[in-house]
Design a protein around this ligand. Structure first.
Ligand code: P61
Length: 485
């Protein structure tokens, strides 16, 4: 292009299609993130040969990669969020007293105001809270019904002597089902566990919103109301994993009759009002890098949990967090429930999902709150589940593009404690998890193109063989080798 052309801003190349914004391409006005960036962290991409070595050194397990060797990190949205300037300012107001830190009282007030529970016990992160509730309430031989297992939640229930029973609706196990609330509990499955004295063996029902392993799928308000009514009839308590409840509230606002005019904060509070208490990993919705809590209305659980916390976590007014961390969580709770934030959050995840589904790449539908889940069975129908198709797909994606994702299939499901066999879940997925307020739309475009490239190369791919398997939560540290062909 000549200098004259540059001066004359009117030059139009008739042969080239006109550029259009994302909004225009979808026939609407564009939206943008409700924040601007104040601090950046450079990204670097190592070359293909370097990625080959890094993956081999990591035993083909993306949890074992060094983050310096990763270009776009979609391993998790847990603790990987960008804090706001208000949260960073709050960090400077940390009261690091051993006992009675003022930041604890800010946290307690935020939980009471936005989740509505009377008592709050802080923990260092979600599994700290899961440990406390499991030890406090579960006896050997108990069963804990829930809407699909989560790895750490189920393990703590098993370590306490209980057995988890999945009572989620069948649609949740079908990646192609378009049910709007795939996280719902099947009331008939739940009641079948309660009848004939069964309820005596159920210390509580364990409800999660949204459901991580199902693809970030929501639970409807009608469902939590019905579950509550059923629990009341049989005298069973109902506890809730609120780790991604703000995202769940967004789906209720979008899809459930009567909620379009209610705010995320109002829906969140109403949802919790149907439950007896909750635990959380604040590392997700609450936009922090560390933190969690257990909250409840019953005094007996509060007494037990605030005694156990001093054994496993720290004093009951810090529970493993620094004062500054509690302040960041308290502020993060407010920010998490902001409608504009949540529109941008879900909008970004959905943007990536729409690209992939428009290109007919196999993903879990409807797109959930925190991630896109690739359906590894449909990527690699020629790889048997015993050869770990999702683990293989996550490895291939890293090799192609430096993008890190997470296996959520047979490796994550672990072994049945009774039989010792692999559990073979229906869902064999790879999770592309989007951290909050971290990546831009351009990053999403790069990710979409990488997934397409891996799909286009799917034919020659063989599976993996597990060569090291740790006893607990094996997916974090297991090692693999490629099956040669
Ligand atoms: C995640 F691969 N989630 O999604 P903690 N409840 C729920 C969670 O999603 C959750 C916890 C409780 C993680 C981190 C992680 O198999 C894995 O703060 C719904 O991580 O202790 C955590 O909270 C536990 C990754 C955990 C995993 C377990 O990436």
């Amino acid at each position: 292009m000549s200098a004259e052309q540059l001066d004359g801003a009117q030059v139009v190349d008739e042969a080239r299609p006109m550029h259009r914004t994302m909004g225009q391409q979808s026939g609407r006005r564009s939206w943008a993130e409700p924040w601007k960036i104040k601090m950046v962290e450079p990204l670097r991409m190592i070359d293909r040969a370097g990625r080959d070595v890094a993956l081999r050194d990591a035993g083909y397990n993306t949890f074992l990669l060094r983050s310096d060797d990763v270009y776009i990190d979609l391993l998790t949205d847990s603790g990987t969020n960008a804090m706001s300037d208000r949260q960073w300012a709050g960090m400077m107001l940390g009261d690091e007293a051993y006992a009675g830190s003022r930041n604890f009282y800010h946290l307690e007030a935020a939980v009471r105001k936005h989740y509505g529970y009377r008592h709050v016990v802080p923990t260092h992160q979600g599994r700290g809270a899961e440990h406390l509730i499991s030890q406090a309430l579960i006896k050997p031989g108990d069963i804990i019904p829930g809407n699909m297992y989560f790895t750490t939640t189920r393990l703590h229930q098993e370590l306490a002597g209980g057995a988890f029973v999945d009572v989620i609706i069948d649609e949740a196990h079908d990646p192609a089902s378009l049910h709007p609330f795939k996280g719902n509990i099947d009331l008939a499955k739940l009641e079948a566990l309660f009848v004939d004295g069964g309820a005596a063996k159920v210390p509580y029902v364990c409800l999660a919103a949204t459901v991580n392993m199902a693809g970030g799928q929501p639970v409807s308000m009608a469902n939590v109301r019905d579950v509550r009514a059923l629990c009341n009839r049989y005298g069973v308590r109902l506890y809730l994993d609120v780790t991604r409840l703000a995202e769940n509230a967004w789906f209720i606002q979008e899809r459930e009759e009567g909620y379009a005019g209610k705010s995320i904060a109002e829906i969140t509070l109403e949802f919790c009002s149907h439950t007896d208490g909750a635990w959380v990993s604040s590392k997700k919705d609450h936009l922090v890098n560390i933190g969690g809590w257990l909250a409840m209305n019953h005094d007996d659980l509060f007494q037990k949990a605030s005694n156990l916390v001093v054994v496993y976590e720290g004093l009951h007014t810090y529970g493993g967090m620094a004062g500054r961390d509690m302040e960041a969580v308290a502020i993060g709770i407010e920010e998490a429930l902001d409608d504009a934030h949540m529109n941008a959050r879900i909008g970004q995840v959905r943007y990536l999902g729409e690209l992939l589904s428009d290109w007919h790449l196999p993903i879990v539908l409807p797109v959930g709150g925190h991630a896109i889940f690739l359906d590894a069975r449909r990527f690699y129908p020629h790889v048997a589940q015993s050869c770990f198709p999702a683990q293989t797909l996550a490895a291939q994606l890293y090799l192609d593009s430096g993008i890190r994702a997470m296996e959520r299939g047979v490796v994550s499901a672990g072994r049945d404690p009774q039989t010792g066999d692999h559990r073979y879940p229906k869902l064999e997925l790879v999770r592309l998890t989007i951290p909050r307020r971290v990546y831009t739309q351009a990053h999403m475009d790069v990710v979409a193109e990488a997934v397409k490239a891996v799909y286009d190369q799917r034919e020659g791919v063989r599976g993996l063989r597990m060569v090291y398997e740790p006893e607990y939560l094996r997916f974090f540290q297991a090692r693999f080798e490629p099956i040669e062909g």
